[in-house]
Design a protein around this ligand. Structure first.
Ligand SMILES: Cc1ncc(COP(=O)(O)O)c(C=O)c1O
Length: 394
């Protein structure tokens, strides 16, 4: 019976890890992984997280089921944190197993509508959107976002392509620290995008994955606040995997702002989709997040640790730009300093990307994504030299 199962595509990040493991060179460099790493290449548990975990062990009195939409207190605290004054009583909230399940629940909801909307996606964008939308049977289409060789956002092309969207369609885009490009819209571009979405009657769907890694936790939440304050309907997906360093503990959330008369129906729809799919979200990560948000001292400690991660990644970006100038006098990678978050795309053709791995042992995600947070010390020079060599040869 199983002989009829077709070959499924392997995730490009997983392939990267596999190729890296097979590479016999000792000086190889793996820039494929999507997690924060400190100067020593570690992804440690934050102190605030450890303290919250200790508190939970001492105080948790039951592990019974909660609602299908999770812990209402976690959802309340998180929605107030992220949306602040833009918080609205007509918000449907659900605790989810990380950001991926928030995205999947929403994709299911859209796909199951009698007249399913088209989800418009940026190219390039987070590699898991298409598999999630496909698995849900949702309809989607693409608009251009970024040109990796020219190292710039193709903003006008994106807006032009969006004109093909119909009222009631959805535009899925990211908050700060765009994955995989590291290139975020300027404040003016963001304003112009919202104007266009409003004019077209397109519903914004914002995915927040790297809050705190661009400017600060509070400032990075601003985009979601502006959207929620302005649009009568919008969707917010959140993962706290990166901001709290709790990747495998799976803390995420889905906020759906509806018109008041739709709220209860959407809440029942979200509950039913959760019930038949991912089911109850894990409790541990979200409880850690709730405990930190509810305690001023823990919240301050976590914000300090988040800022340390942000500063380290921003520092590596500056160092890439300044060391390249000092070493070879070029500015091939100078744009790294203007971008934010863990990822950027190298300005390489496919052949140059292959040469980077073949000749220099530097492994990147297909399409040229590198994890800036993995770089430190000599690795930075290794990357600069290798990029310079592969771009001057071909
Ligand atoms: C833009 C974006 N959205 C969502 C996610 C999913 O996060 P999680 O691991 O919490 O499911 C990621 C993870 O890398 C991401 O980069």
């Amino acid at each position: 019976m199983f002989e009829q199962v077709e070959d499924y595509p392997v995730d490009p990040i997983m392939i990267g890890t596999e190729y890296f493991a097979q590479d016999p060179r000792t000086d190889k460099l793996n820039l494929t992984v999507g997690i924060y790493q400190n100067e020593d290449g570690q992804t440690p548990v934050l102190k605030a997280v450890k303290l919250a975990e200790q508190r939970l062990t001492e105080t948790q009195s039951s592990k019974s089921y909660l609602a299908l939409t999770g812990d209402t207190e976690y959802c309340r605290v998180l929605s107030r944190e992220i949306l602040k004054d833009a918080f609205d009583a007509s918000l449907v909230t659900a605790q989810t197993s990380g950001g991926a399940v928030a995205l999947r629940v929403m994709a299911d909801l859209l796909a199951q509508m009698p007249k399913p909307p088209t989800v418009w996606l940026q190219t390039p964008t987070y590699g898991n959107y298409v598999p999630i939308l496909k698995a849900a049977n949702a309809q989607f289409a693409h608009v251009p976002y970024y040109h990796s060789i020219q190292r710039e956002i193709t903003f006008d092309l994106m807006l032009d392509a969006l004109n093909a969207a119909k009222p009631g369609d959805v535009f899925l885009f990211q908050g700060v620290c765009h994955n995989p490009t590291g290139a975020d819209l300027s404040a003016d571009q963001f304003g112009a995008l919202l104007d266009r979405l409003e004019a077209l009657g397109v519903v914004p769907w914002i995915d927040l994955a790297y809050l705190g890694f661009a400017r600060s936790w509070d400032e990075d939440c601003e985009m979601a606040r502006k959207i929620a304050a302005r649009f009568p309907e919008c969707i917010v997906c959140i993962t706290l995997s990166k901001s709290f360093g709790i990747y495998r503990d799976r803390a995420g959330a889905l906020f759906v702002k509806t018109r008041v008369q739709d709220k209860n129906r959407i809440h029942r729809a979200v509950s039913a989709i959760v019930r038949s799919g991912a089911s109850h979200a894990p409790d541990h990560g979200p409880s850690v997040v709730r405990t930190i948000f509810q305690d001023d001292a823990l919240r301050r400690l976590w914000l300090k640790e988040l800022e340390q991660m942000r500063v380290r990644v921003a520092g590596v970006r500056q160092e890439i730009a300044s060391r390249e100038r000092a070493m070879i006098g070029t500015e091939n990678l100078a744009y790294f300093a203007d971008q934010s978050g863990m990822f950027s795309l190298l300005p390489l053709t496919e052949a140059q990307e292959i040469a980077l791995t073949r000749d220099h042992g530097i492994h990147v995600v297909k399409g040229g994504r590198v994890n800036v947070a993995r770089l430190s010390g000599d690795d930075i020079e290794k990357l600069i030299k290798a990029v310079s060599e592969v771009t001057s040869v071909s």
